[in-house]
Design a protein around this ligand. Structure first.
Ligand code: 5AD
Ligand code: SF4
Length: 470
């Protein structure tokens, strides 16, 4: 058993990671068995779940639609806020019921960021003894051997490394989409924003080699993929740990040269965002004009307490430069309210930035205290009631601007990558514009997988309606 240690997780390895290739072989121990994977949290986790599924399939497991049919259920968890915890523990309760009643042989596993948290593993060991295995983020490539050990020994397996290990290339992956693919470019984060648990759960910043990334994208293009999204907690730091003279701007240029139709990237940190990067996004038609640029707060005092390394003025300068240079761009953001020490005046500074930027959309959060982060030691000064009140006031302003941004699209004919049938109406399909607006499209399912012209016929707060233009 190896349990997480948050103190070790904070340390940064001086040793550079090894780059190795996944070449594990197992017997077909999943034959005739079904898996169900539930994913919480960010796009990195979505992609990790594709790897979990890919690995399970190599030993014979097949997917199923519901937990009732499953032989193994894996929760790929998120630790970013307390409410993510509550959802996971709630779902574990549902699985316990299935194990107690209809399927005593059900295997239950916990992966992802929560498994890197000492308090969580302690809680599982004391109160959730029916969990069969816990696998950390740094040793996900060992998942199959952990499951096999559980089956062979019938003992709970807890294998969580607190030091990031090697970069493992070629982990089998079962992608959710045939048209749009996630591609990791950098793992971990070294920014240590004081509220954030990610630098502890995902370890130090480690870039994949550019050759491996470019090779993966060439192959995706050959396989018919239309879009790639480059992934990292802070993609703008790409290359810093690996190269003297090769950064995200260089990588974007090389990916663009491959000629895949659409390139996206998430998430950006304003501090590492250079003019060179803005210029390449502006220059290249296949780099999509959509940028997620977390603000977190508009108050310089709070930004400093958050250790964000930029001021309100720096943010606005970068924001305006992107808006000026990148045609038809759309910019979204993340904002936290109720950080320790945030006064009404600080909150108004945030509203001021929102009013100046008129974001296309924003994900807004109430500050949530995370174990072992520096902000957890700061005295909370904003009551839960006040946090909710600020969140509510912020959302009203944010929604006003996202509505306005959507309205600007009315009547325009824009390119959409059609990805699936519409959730809202099975007679429609849906897809995304270049600037990442969701459109429900009147059109036939034969459009799925294609980039087509769509005329926008109506706008809502969080989506658009449109018609296929032949
Ligand atoms: N409390 C509230 N929101 C948080 N985020 C990260 N950590 C916390 C926290 N402790 C938000 C940030 C980040 C987004 C992914 O989640 O806004 O950009
Ligand atoms: Fe967390 Fe800050 Fe790193 Fe983003 S940049 S993952 S908010 S520490």
């Amino acid at each position: 058993m190896k349990t997480p240690n948050m103190i070790n997780a904070k340390k940064r390895n001086v040793k550079a990671p090894e780059y190795i290739s996944y070449d594990k072989k197992y017997s077909n121990f999943g034959k005739n068995k079904k898996y169900y994977v539930r994913t919480y949290g960010c796009q990195m986790n979505e992609h990790d779940s594709e790897k979990i599924k890919g690995m399970l399939e190599t030993v014979g497991f097949t997917s199923c639609e519901s937990v009732e049919e499953a032989d193994i259920v894996i929760l790929n968890t998120c630790a970013i806020r307390e409410n993510a915890h509550d959802k996971v523990f709630g779902f574990l309760g549902v699985l316990k019921h299935i194990k107690d009643t209809t399927n005593p042989d059900l295997l239950i596993g916990v992966c992802g960021c929560m498994s890197q948290e000492a308090v969580v593993v302690k809680e599982i060991l004391s109160k959730y003894k029916y969990v069969d295995f816990v696998c950390g983020t740094h040793n996900l490539d060992n998942l199959l051997s952990i499951i096999k050990n559980k089956i062979d020994t019938n003992k709970m397996q807890v294998e969580v490394e607190s030091y990031e290990g090697d970069i493992v290339e070629n982990i089998p992956v079962d992608r959710d989409s045939k048209y749009s693919a996630w591609v990791d470019i950098i793992y971990g984060c070294d920014k240590f924003c004081t509220y954030c648990i990610v630098p502890y759960t995902r370890g130090s910043q480690r870039s994949r080699k550019k050759e491996d990334i470019l090779e993966e994208i060439k192959k995706l293009k050959e396989d018919g993929y239309k879009e790639v999204t480059l992934l990292g907690q802070n993609v703008n730091a790409y290359g810093k740990d690996l190269y003297d003279n090769y950064n995200l701007a260089n990588l974007l240029k090389d990916v663009s040269d491959i000629g895949i139709d659409r390139i996206r990237f998430v998430t950006s940190h304003p501090w590492d965002f250079t003019d060179e990067m803005v210029d390449i996004i502006a220059e290249r038609d296949n780099i999509m004009p959509y940028i997620h640029l977390p603000l977190q707060s508009g108050s310089n005092k709070i930004l400093k307490l958050m250790n964000r390394r930029y001021t309100k003025e720096d943010y606005l300068k970068l924001y305006n430069s992107i808006r000026e240079k990148v045609k038809n761009s759309s910019i979204t953001t993340d904002i936290i309210v109720g950080f320790p020490g945030e006064t009404e005046e600080d909150f108004e500074e945030t509203l001021d930035v929102v009013n100046k930027c008129k974001f296309d959309g924003a994900f807004t959060f109430a500050f949530s205290k995370r174990e072992n982060t520096p902000a957890a030691l700061m005295k909370e000064t904003v009551s839960e009631e006040e946090k909710l009140d600020r969140l509510h006031r912020l959302n009203e302003v944010v929604n006003k601007y996202s509505n306005m941004a959507n309205k600007k699209m009315m009547g325009k004919t824009v390119k959409c990558l059609v990805t699936s049938l519409s959730d809202k109406d099975k007679n429609k399909v849906c897809g995304y514009t270049e600037n990442m607006k969701l459109v429900n499209i009147k059109g036939d399912k034969s459009l799925i997988g294609k980039i087509v012209d769509v005329k926008i016929t109506d706008t809502k707060s969080f989506s658009l309606d449109g018609e296929y233009v032949e």
